[in-house]
Design a protein around this ligand. Structure first.
Ligand SMILES: Cc1cc2nc3c(=O)[nH]c(=O)nc-3n(C[C@H](O)[C@H](O)[C@H](O)COP(=O)(O)OP(=O)(O)OC[C@H]3O[C@@H](n4cnc5c(N)ncnc54)[C@H](O)[C@@H]3O)c2cc1C
Length: 490
């Protein structure tokens, strides 16, 4: 048994924000992460962070845009907390040494993304914002934080509605049992459940699946945001072409050069993501090739070094001005039900970042609100922990009698997810996918806890994908009307 006061699972912006804030209070923190520290979606984030810091902006406008993008099913209190706390938290972050890009007058440069009514996105290193933020957070943590890499969390240790830590296995095959007073799930989203995704390879829905087995309340799982512009060659996605490229003048065209968003939405190429993704997908299904025409984007290479790098690595020359694109799974609005302070229905268990559903994103996330959520709610979670004493109970871990039978491979799950719970869902087909998942339930009734000794980490990942896919399909089947990212036809 390894004893630690505070245990954080994951090493993205959510995890590191909590950890760096706790350092200010000299609290001992252990961070465990599945691969290397920087293997996370946070490091990949290109566009930036939305925050009402410009002179023309106010958090009320940011609030309204967030609610509108989320189809007004967002939690208004959580949104208000996010947007009103954000300016101060970002200023504090800048004071720790974080450098965001400046305009020619030396002031913060504000970019534009879809569904924002004004320029509100701050960025760093052009489109390297996520990596720069992660690096700064890593600089901000002290020796009070121990980061353990290549160790996968398998199951939470929960009894009588209270969490006492987690069981993990590292890449050497060693199983570790952690006893922690505070356990923070910061495992990110679910992108790898789909065949085309912007997400890091480690993002397989482990957090939602562990939380489900622990008895956590989950929320809004049906809402998955597809990004309209993944660089896609011969049907294979190779990385994201940030929405900021459209913000800077990029236009979606078909192979005849016709602008595909013309007449579809008043905001055209900067319409909400679900609208743009569905339009691109509809053309894609008709066999048309879709391109992002960057002829109007000035200084493309300078402004978008990451996109340039991805293009060139895959034989696409940005100087030809046409980048081949298609949609891919990008962000999960749903997750473990949590307050802005990360509190879940399990005592001692907190959820932060994309794995959490605090209600701020509603049915569709406003672009660049998720890095913000990680930073702001990460800080609020740390503040809560500092001010509330929790002592975890000593519990005995009883081994589960269940093992997995023959599992599908990951590609098979991804194909099923795209077909049945992808960009467009067919109400008449939902039971089919639910049944497909249920054939893999070890006890025929539920995705129960497994015997850890008899299940490898790879089997756990597949099992977590099945569990999370099943939960998403059930949530999608339960919502009968189209709203935001949940688009359902007969
Ligand atoms: C390409 C791309 C571009 C984006 N651009 C933007 C943007 O410009 N602005 C914006 O606001 N948002 C953007 N997003 C979304 C944003 O990056 C994410 O929502 C956010 O970074 C999530 O942070 P997180 O800390 O919750 O999760 P992540 O950063 O994904 O971190 C999750 C961590 O948990 C670890 N983990 C997972 N499972 C386990 C396990 N079982 N055991 C141990 N560790 C585990 C992972 O390895 C990882 O370290 C983008 C996303 C992508 C993929």
């Amino acid at each position: 048994m390894i004893k630690t006061d505070i245990l954080i699972i994951g090493s993205g912006i959510g995890a590191l924000s909590v950890a760096s804030e706790l350092c200010k209070f000299h609290r001992k923190v252990t961070v465990i992460t599945k691969a290397l520290t920087k293997s996370c979606n946070s490091s990949l984030a290109q566009g930036g962070i939305s925050v009402a810091l410009s002179d023309e902006d106010s958090y009320t406008l940011h609030y309204e845009d967030t609610m509108t993008a989320g189809c007004n099913i967002n939690d208004p209190d959580a949104v208000l907390k996010l947007v009103s706390t954000a300016p101060e938290v970002i200023r504090e972050f800048i004071n720790t040494g974080m450098v965001f890009d400046k305009d020619e007058n030396g002031n913060l440069a504000f970019g534009r993304e879809g569904a924002h009514r004004l320029n509100r996105i701050i960025h760093a290193g052009g489109d390297r914002t996520g990596l720069r933020v992660v690096e700064q957070l890593l600089r901000n943590i002290t020796t009070d934080v121990t980061i353990i890499q290549n160790e996968m969390a398998l199951d939470l240790r929960v009894k009588n509605g209270k969490c006492s830590g987690v069981i993990t296995r590292n890449s050497e095959g060693e199983i570790h049992c952690y006893h922690a007073n505070y356990t923070i799930l910061a495992t990110g989203g679910i992108g790898q459940l789909y065949p085309s995704t912007s997400n890091d390879i480690t993002i397989t829905g482990d957090g939602i699946s562990m939380a489900y087995r622990a008895g956590c309340r989950l929320k809004n799982l049906e809402f998955i945001q597809f990004h309209p512009t993944m660089l896609t060659i011969d049907g294979k996605a190779y990385g994201l072409v940030s929405e900021a490229v459209r913000g800077a003048g990029g236009i979606l065209v078909n192979d005849k050069g016709e602008k595909i968003m013309e007449g579809v939405h008043p905001q055209k190429d900067l319409a909400p993501r679900d609208v743009v993704a569905r339009e691109v997908y509809a053309h894609y299904l008709k066999g048309e090739k879709i391109y992002l025409d960057i002829s109007n984007v000035k200084d493309f290479r300078k402004k978008f070094p990451t996109v340039t790098e991805i293009c060139e690595e895959h034989g696409v020359d940005p100087d030809n001005r046409l980048l081949p694109v298609a949609p891919g799974a990008h962000f999960h609005m749903g997750g473990v039900e949590a307050t802005p302070e990360g509190i879940t229905n399990i005592e001692g268990l907190f959820a932060v970042g994309e794995v959490a559903c605090t209600g701020v994103h509603g049915a569709n996330r406003l672009a660049s609100n998720s890095l913000l959520e990680g930073i702001v709610f990460g800080k609020l979670t740390a503040d809560y922990i500092v001010n509330h004493r929790i002592t975890a109970e000593e519990i005995a871990d009883e081994p589960s009698p269940y093992t997995v039978g023959k599992l599908p491979d990951k590609a098979e799950i991804q194909i099923q997810m795209m077909e049945f719970v992808g960009i467009v869902r067919h109400s008449g087909k939902m039971q089919e996918i639910i049944d497909w998942f249920e054939q893999y339930m070890p006890d025929h009734k539920d995705f129960v806890r497994l015997n850890i000794d008899k299940t490898s980490n790879n089997q756990y990942e597949i099992y977590n994908m099945l569990t999370t896919g099943w939960l998403i399909a059930k949530a999608a089947a339960d919502r009968h009307n189209s709203i935001g990212a949940h688009y359902i036809v007969e």
